[in-house]
Design a protein. Structure first.
Ligand SMILES: *Cc1c(COP(=O)(O)O)cnc(C)c1O
Length: 385
């Protein structure tokens, strides 16, 4: 049975170097990093090495990197931390309708505590209007949170331009960089970011570990209370193998960068062949600047859910991009916010490629897609309904 993984936007397999590194750390670095003895200090050195690597990768200082349990915690910490610490100055936050649930649900929670949230709209290509953002900002605004790249479509947001607009004001600027990290060049100074969320498992690192960049001097309330770990900003004994594995994954990002043209060519090949396959197949967000790895595709006459299942039976893993909770599909909030038709939203799937994707895999996937799509088409044309 063939197995083809085309869901790199959901998570990535571990880089072999990361597996080796984590094995060694799990075996030989069990000491508590807070312990004064040699066992503890050895573990602590692993954490500090990883912190330095991650800081360097985004143009930050090591002391500005806080380890968290992943992108979700980083987003929660950034939003709730900034909101609480700055609520005396104002209670308005600006974000977009396309954010990851880790941001959107946190904003919904903040609304229940008296914050006013502006959710910026996008056009049908998933693009944000800078004008609308400018107009939404008031003296009450304490935080702007805009993701670097969307996880469902790969569409990029103009974070640099937004940074320039808000830099003169006393507003914290947060970005969810989880999808973009390793694929786009990110420099926090250049982008004028105060807060940036990262996660290891989208860059061939382990799950359950992430980081939050916090520009020195940014006012942020801590959420975890307890021990003095992470300079007192996040209590709890550190996960040394995961932190070390995250650092190693960042070290290996050079490999991913070398692969980006190959991956883009495969993604473009997939999209080109699909458009030739059948008229009516459309790529969502295609007119926008996108990550090279994502493709969000509309297939007429077959639901995304159905297509996902048919591909899964053939050993091919893709995603609908939307949250599947207890078997019931919620329509994608991203495609909905883009104002696409109900049919277009239901009949779209996300195919995301990565380092281990091969040309053979893409060709096999195209073959299977052609079979499924043609069969559905025949069924529909001969069905007198
Ligand atoms: C995956 C993802 C997250 C969540 O990260 P976890 O480490 O899984 O908690 C947040 N934001 C975006 C854009 C993501 O793609």
């Amino acid at each position: 049975m063939v197995t083809i993984y085309l869901d790199y936007a959901a998570t990535t397999p571990l880089d072999p170097a990361v597996i080796n590194c984590m094995n060694d750390l799990a075996k030989n670095y069990f000491g508590n990093p807070s312990s004064v003895h040699a066992f503890g200090q050895r573990s602590k050195s692993i954490i500090e090495k990883a912190r330095k690597r991650i800081a360097e990768a985004i143009g930050a200082q090591p002391k500005e990197i806080l380890f968290t349990s992943g992108g979700t915690e980083s987003d929660n910490m950034a939003l709730v931390g900034a909101a609480i610490a700055n609520r005396d100055r104002g209670r308005h936050i600006v974000t977009t309708r396309l954010e990851h649930p880790a941001v959107l649900e946190t904003c919904k929670y903040l609304e229940t505590t008296g914050f006013d949230i502006t959710y910026l709209d996008v056009d049908t290509e998933g693009c944000l209007s800078i004008r609308q953002l400018e107009r939404s900002i008031s003296d009450e605004t304490v935080l702007v949170s805009v993701m670097l790249a969307n996880n469902e479509t790969g569409v990029l947001f103009p974070v640099r331009e937004i940074g320039e607009i808000i830099q003169q004001r006393n507003i914290l600027f947060h970005s969810d960089g989880v999808q973009a990290f390793g694929k786009l060049h990110i420099d926090v100074t250049d982008l004028k970011l105060d807060l940036l969320s990262l996660s290891a498992h989208k860059i061939y690192g382990p799950k359950g570990i992430g980081a939050l960049y916090i520009r020195s001097g940014s006012k942020l309330e801590k959420i975890f209370h307890g021990g003095a770990q992470e300079s007192g900003r996040r209590a709890g004994t550190e996960n040394v193998p995961a932190i070390g594995g995250f650092g190693e994954a960042v070290e290996q990002l050079a490999v991913q960068r070398e692969e980006r043209h190959r991956i883009k060519d495969l993604r473009d090949l997939l999209e080109k062949k699909l458009r030739e396959l059948k008229s009516g197949i459309l790529i969502n967000g295609v007119k926008s600047e996108r990550l090279y790895s994502h493709s969000n595709i509309f297939f007429p006459n077959i639901s995304g859910e159905n297509l996902l299942m048919k591909l899964d039976m053939n050993g091919i893993a893709v995603s609908t991009g939307s949250a599947c909770s207890s078997g019931s599909m919620q329509p994608s909030h991203v495609l909905t916010a883009m104002g696409l038709s109900a049919e277009r939203i239901t009949n779209s799937v996300r195919i995301s490629l990565g380092r281990f994707t091969t040309q053979e895999e893409i060709e096999f996937t195209l073959e299977k897609l052609a079979q499924v799509v043609n069969r559905e088409n025949t069924r529909v044309t001969h069905d007198p309904r």
